[in-house]
Each structure stands twice: as structure tokens, then as C-alpha cells.
Design a protein around this ligand. Structure first.
Ligand code: ADP
Ligand code: MG
Length: 645
């Protein structure tokens, strides 16, 4: 039974999964009838075996009849175990849990303890069935994410509205989204204003207001009147599909502990089989040649030694944890990252859009050399139209579409923009870009946190911009410090005064400012080299992809839909909530703790009973019961992280 779940991604043929049994992995809850459909056969086998066993024990059948009944009883549940064992053989895994069980049952039949043999099969099957139900249910819970996916899209055509499947919608299609419906594909809004609930993507019920021409992310739920949008991506490239993909693929990025467990069980299983042989053959030579007694002990030893508790519960713990985080709008791309996050001692934050909101406001505008404010704003808005920097968003709101002819716009990352507007060269940005284009800024006196606008090399304006700290940044910094993060840095391209003020207010002591993107990467590199433990980089994913890729754990947060963010980061936080950084650290530590509890707990109990089974005569059913018990305990322990609080 178990192997059915191994190496099985969540896929099921419903577009995001290739599981033959769709409901079992993609429905949030199963009805009693569906439960029966999927687990009924195994359940019936177990019940029938129990009844047959009881009958054969109460009524005294002849020796042959008893043997045949017990053999049938064992085969009822044992069929799947043998099937899985043969499948293991075909995969060159000769000694796995199934082989252990088959050896144990055959041996018990050989030494005439049929009832024990049957009990071994029944208990093992009960454990397996329970494990399957638990795993399927956690898969279903994660696949509940698939509910974000709409099954039908209302396409607007010349002939009217046609309903088609999301996979068949081409880019630039006009679609209608009615009240209560999920946005199926990443699009832009084509009507005035619309309101969405972002709960499905961010984990929190927040209302997002989107204006004409702005992007609408798939997964959002339209809570207002019907709206019309134009798709900008194909379904497979949309945010929802990326989220589902990333959780599914998380199974492949195995944590070190997980890899260790698979290697461990590959070595461990042959060793226990060899030990069992040894126990059955050597001690009897010194114990009046009582082979049956020692064979019994060897059997008991073999049954308790089964490593399934570890093999099953460790990956399950990571998987359940990753699924719960995804439901909260935190995508972690694998158990390996959960493990790395649990050992973080340094966090490096980007400033704009990460520590601050990135929602800039103009606090003052000064003009020079007879330029006028209106003209300046028009120039700046025209250039910023091409940029994705948070500063650009402010100007895009002021004038969304310029009336000027603009040419050769170039964004100089970490500095600003330059381009030709109506034949004039216009430069916008910080002091660095002013230096680069040799603009004389001596006229701007006093403060230095301004943005320069220059036209044909002549200073035209100084614009003062203000950005606010994110709401929970100080709480986040305090929390991560309490969680054992010793070093916190802020890296930014912004000027020194502003950056130091921001860092001070946020509670961050180490600041590096006025950095070019290359310098940011160099500093991050030296921080990583210096750090003995893992370094996390948190950015907004807009212009810090190299740093996100370089850190041990790269986190992208902020507006979803930034494709590079979802693609290049190890962790994606789907909204602006900076507190999710401390949440993900706390939860990763919890998952790691659960994994360690499972490993240490099950090994200790097993070793204790293994030793005991050599010293005294531990009944086989008790060994069996303990083995299944340990497995169930470990599985339940893994399942406890089904909710991120
Ligand atoms: P951060 O490190 O804070 O994310 P960036 O490296 O993106 O900042 O940018 C550094 C500085 O470069 C900004 O603070 C701003 O002064 C200037 N800058 C970058 N892009 C633009 C732009 N599109 N318009 C105006 N200024 C810009
Ligand atoms: Mg930034």
C-alpha cells in the first residue's frame, strides 16, 4: 500500500496532477461513500481477516484446515505487501519494510505459530491503511490550493460569451469575471475599479482595490460587480499554476534529514535482517540447541525493527508543513529550505518595498533654471512609465499615459532613468545619475535625499520623496532576534541619510547604503562568507534577483505576479506582510523539531524493544503492535503541523 504514495507528486489528471484517482487528491473532503470507494477494499480485507482469525482460534479445526484458513487469512491482507515487495525488487530495492514483513510471516508459518503470522499481517495492514488515509488527506488539503483554479472561463467573443477551459484561453483574450468568481488567469483590468479578496493567495482576507489598466492576479476572488479583464499570460504561466507547481515540486527538494533517512534505512534494513539471522542461529548453539525459542526471538526482533515509522513520517512532516505554509501565502520550495531556514542566523533585508512600503509620496518639489513644476512632472511621468521600480508606481498614478514622444529610455538600475522626450535628453534619479550625466547640482543646498531632474544636462528640479516603514517591521525585527537571528543587515541603493533613518526606526543596526546592484551582491557575498550558519536575503524581487539567488535562502516578497520572484526565490511571500518572515522561521523550526522528535522517538522505542526482544521473550504481536504504534505516533506527530498559527 505504501509504495503507491511514494514518488507520487500530487498530480492527478485534473490539469495539475496525474493521479488516477482525482477525488482522493483534489477534493477537500471526502464523503463516506468516497472514503469507502478508496479505502473500503483494504478495510474489508482487514475486517475479514480479523473475523477469520477469531473463528479459527475459537473453533478447533483439524491441523490442515487450521493451516489453510490461516494461510487464506494472511493472504487477504498480505497480497498488497507481497505486491509491494515485488515492485521493490523490480526497482532493485531488495530489503525494504515489505521484505521484512514477508520474511517474518513466512518464518512464523514455518515454526507453526500461524496466529502470530496472521496478526503481523493484519496489524501491518492497519498501520499502512491509516498512513495512506493520513497522507491522502494531507495531500488533499494541499491540493485544496487547486481550488484556486477555475474550471471554466467566460470568454467574450463577437458571438457573445462562450465558456471554455482555462487551458484553452489564449493571451489577450477578453474575459468576464462574475461576482464571487476566481480570476482564472493573470490579466489587466479593463473597467473602472474592482475589488478583490486576496485570501486564496495571501492566506488573509484582505480587500484589494484595482484600478483600470492595473494587473489582476489569478486566484483573486471578485467580490464586486462583474468585471471585464484582458489576459496577459497563458493559464500555465499564471500565478495560481506557479503556486500549485511550486508546492508539488517541493517534494523533490528533499531535506538533508530526509536524504539521511533514506540512506539510513538502506543500510539499516540489511543489518537488522543479518542480526535476526544471527540471533536465530548462534545463541541456540549455547542454549541447548533450542532453535525454535531463538527463532521466535529473532522474529520478534525483526518485526519491531521495521523502519517504516521513519520512512513515512519524515517526508510527511516536511510535506504537511510546506502545505500549511502555502495556505498562509508563504511558498517554500522544498524540505531542504525548511531545514535551512530553521538554522538561520543572519538576515539581510533590501530596503525599498521590503522594509518600507515602497508607496512613495512627493513631499516637496523645487524647480531651477526657469523650469516649471507641471513640465517637470510631465517629463518624469513620461520616463517612469517604462520602469518597474516602486518610485515609478507613484508617477504612473499621476499620469498613466504620456502625451510626449519618448525615445531611447534606459533604466540604470540603482540610479534612475534617462531618455529623450520631444528631442530633449531628460535624466531622473539620485545623485549618482546626476554625476554620471555631469549635471551640476550645487544649487540644491542643505538636505541631500532628493531626486534630480535634469533636461539637456541642466538641473531642472529636485523632488523630495517620502516612503513609510512597513507596519510591523519593528515587531518582525524583535521577533527574529528572539528566534536566534543574531545579525540583521539592510542593503540599499538609496542615499545614506534616508537609509540610516529608516534602519534606525526599524531597529536595524547594520546598514549599507548608496550601493549599486553589483555592490549589493558583493556585500552579501562577504556576509555569507563570514557567517557560520545560513544567511537569508529578503527582497521585493524587482531588482534584487541576483541577491535572492545567491543567499542560502532567498526570499521574495511583495506584489505577486512578479515572475522572477516566483521563479528565482526559494521562498515567496505572496503579500507585503513582513511578519511572515518571523512566521516562516518559527514554523520551520517547528517542522524540524517534529522531524527530530519522530526520528529520535521512534529509534529509541524501537531499540529498546529490540534489545528487550533478545533478552526476554517479547510476544510477536506485542512487537508488531509497538511497531505499528510507533508508526502511527510518528505520523500523527507529523500531521500536527497542519495549521500555521
Ligand atoms: P533599494 O536598494 O532601496 O531597493 P534601488 O537599488 O532599487 O533601491 O534604487 C536605489 C536608488 O536609485 C533609489 O533610491 C532611487 O534614488 C534611484 N532609482 C532607482 N530607480 C529609479 C527610478 N525608476 N526612478 C527614480 N529613481 C530611481
Ligand atoms: Mg528594492
Amino acid at each position: 500500500m505504501k509504495n503507491k504514495n511514494k514518488n507520487n507528486s500530487l498530480s492527478c489528471g485534473c490539469g495539475h496532477c496525474n493521479h488516477a484517482e482525482h477525488d482522493i487528491c483534489c477534493k477537500k473532503n471526502l464523503t463516506l461513500r468516497e472514503m469507502f470507494k478508496y479505502y473500503g477494499k483494504d478495510f474489508l480485507c482487514i475486517i475479514t481477516s480479523v473475523i477469520l482469525l477469531v473463528i479459527s482460534e475459537i473453533i478447533s479445526f483439524s491441523f490442515v484446515a487450521n493451516f489453510i484458513i490461516k494461510l487464506i487469512t494472511a493472504s487477504l491482507c498480505g497480497f498488497t505487501i507481497i505486491y509491494d515487495m515485488i515492485k521493490g525488487f523490480l526497482n532493485k530495492q531488495f530489503l525494504n519494510e515489505n521484505t521484512l514483513m514477508v520474511i517474518a510471516v513466512i518464518t512464523s508459518f514455518c515454526i507453526n505459530i500461524y496466529a502470530e503470522g496472521v496478526v503481523i499481517v493484519i496489524l501491518y495492514s492497519v498501520g499502512e491503511l491509516f498512513e495512506r488515509i493520513a497522507t491522502d488527506s494531507s495531500k488533499r488539503k494541499i491540493a485544496g490550493l487547486a481550488e484556486l483554479k477555475s474550471s471554466i472561463v467566460h470568454i467574450i467573443t463577437k458571438e457573445g460569451i462562450i465558456d471554455i477551459e482555462p487551458e484553452n484561453v489564449v493571451v489577450n483574450s477578453l474575459i468576464e469575471i462574475r461576482k464571487g468568481e476566481i480570476v482564472p488567469i493573470d490579466s489587466v483590468l479593463l473597467c473602472g475599479i474592482a475589488e478583490f479578496d486576496t485570501k486564496t493567495i495571501t492566506g488573509e482576507s484582505k480587500i484589494k482595490v484595482v484600478e483600470f489598466g492595473s494587473s489582476v492576479i489569478s486566484g483573486y476572488i471578485n467580490i464586486g460587480d462583474p468585471i471585464i479583464v484582458k489576459t496577459v499570460k497563458k493559464y500555465v504561466d499564471s500565478t495560481v499554476e506557479k503556486i500549485i507547481d511550486s508546492v508539488e515540486n517541493s517534494l523533490e527538494n528533499k531535506a538533508k534529514t530526509q536524504k539521511f533517512i533514506s540512506t539510513f534505512s538502506k543500510i539499516y534494513t540489511p543489518i537488522v535482517v543479518a542480526l535476526a539471522f544471527f540471533i536465530s542461529l548462534v545463541p541456540p548453539l549455547f542454549d541447548e540447541y533450542n532453535f525454535v525459542k531463538w527463532l521466535y526471538k529473532a522474529l520478534s526482533f525483526l518485526v519491531i525493527s521495521c523502519p517504516c515509522a521513519l520512512v513515512i513520517s519524515v517526508p510527511l512532516a516536511f510535506f504537511v508543513g510546506i502545505g500549511s505554509l502555502a495556505k498562509k501565502g508563504i511558498l517554500v520550495k522544498g524540505g531542504n529550505y525548511i531545514e535551512k531556514i530553521s538554522k538561520i542566523n543572519t538576515i539581510v533585508f533590501d530596503k525599498t518595498g521590503t522594509i518600507t512600503t515602497g508607496n512613495y509620496k512627493i513631499s516637496n518639489i523645487y524647480t531651477y533654471n526657469s523650469f516649471d513644476t507641471d513640465e517637470i512632472i510631465n517629463y518624469v511621468c513620461a520616463l517612469e512609465e517604462k520602469s518597474t521600480h516602486p518610485i515609478a508606481d507613484l508617477f504612473k498614478k499621476i499620469i498613466p499615459k504620456t502625451k510626449y514622444t519618448i525615445e531611447n529610455v534606459k533604466e540604470i538600475v540603482g540610479m534612475g532613468l534617462v531618455g529623450n522626450i520631444n528631442g530633449k535628453e531628460v535624466v531622473v534619479g539620485n545623485k549618482k545619475i546626476a554625476n554620471k550625466y555631469e549635471v551640476n547640482i550645487d544649487q540644491i543646498k542643505g538636505i541631500d535625499d532628493f531626486h534630480v531632474v535634469a533636461v539637456n544636462g541642466v538641473l531642472a528640479s529636485a523632488i523630495f520623496l517620502e516612503d513609510e516603514l512597513k507596519e510591523n517591521i519593528t515587531t518582525c525585527i524583535e521577533k527574529v532576534e528572539k528566534q536566534g537571528v543574531k545579525n540583521i543587515y539592510m542593503l540599499t541603493g538609496d542615499n545614506r541619510n534616508v537609509s540610516e533613518k529608516v534602519a534606525h526606526n526599524a531597529g536595524i543596526k547594520n546598514v549599507y547604503s548608496e550601493l549599486s546592484p553589483v555592490q549589493k551582491v558583493d556585500i552579501l557575498k562577504s556576509i555569507i562568507n563570514k557567517s557560520k550558519e545560513n544567511v537569508m536575503f529578503v527582497g521585493d524581487g524587482i531588482n534584487d534577483a541576483p541577491s535572492i539567488a545567491m543567499a542560502d535562502v532567498g526570499v521574495a516578497m511583495g506584489d505577486v505576479g512578479s515572475e522572477i520572484a516566483i521563479d528565482s526565490a526559494d521562498v515567496v511571500i505572496m503579500d507585503d506582510d513582513i511578519l511572515k518572515i518571523s512566521n516562516v522561521i518559527k514554523f520551520s523550526k517547528k517542522i524540524k523539531r517534529t522531524v527530530m522528535q519522530n526520528i529520535i522517538g521512534s529509534l529509541l522505542i524501537k531499540f529498546a524493544i529490540m534489545v528487550l526482544s533478545i533478552i526476554i521473550r517479547v510476544p510477536i504481536w506485542l512487537s508488531n503492535f509497538s511497531d505499528v504504534g510507533v508508526m502511527l505516533l510518528a505520523v500523527c506527530n507529523s500531521l500536527k503541523n497542519r495549521k500555521v498559527r
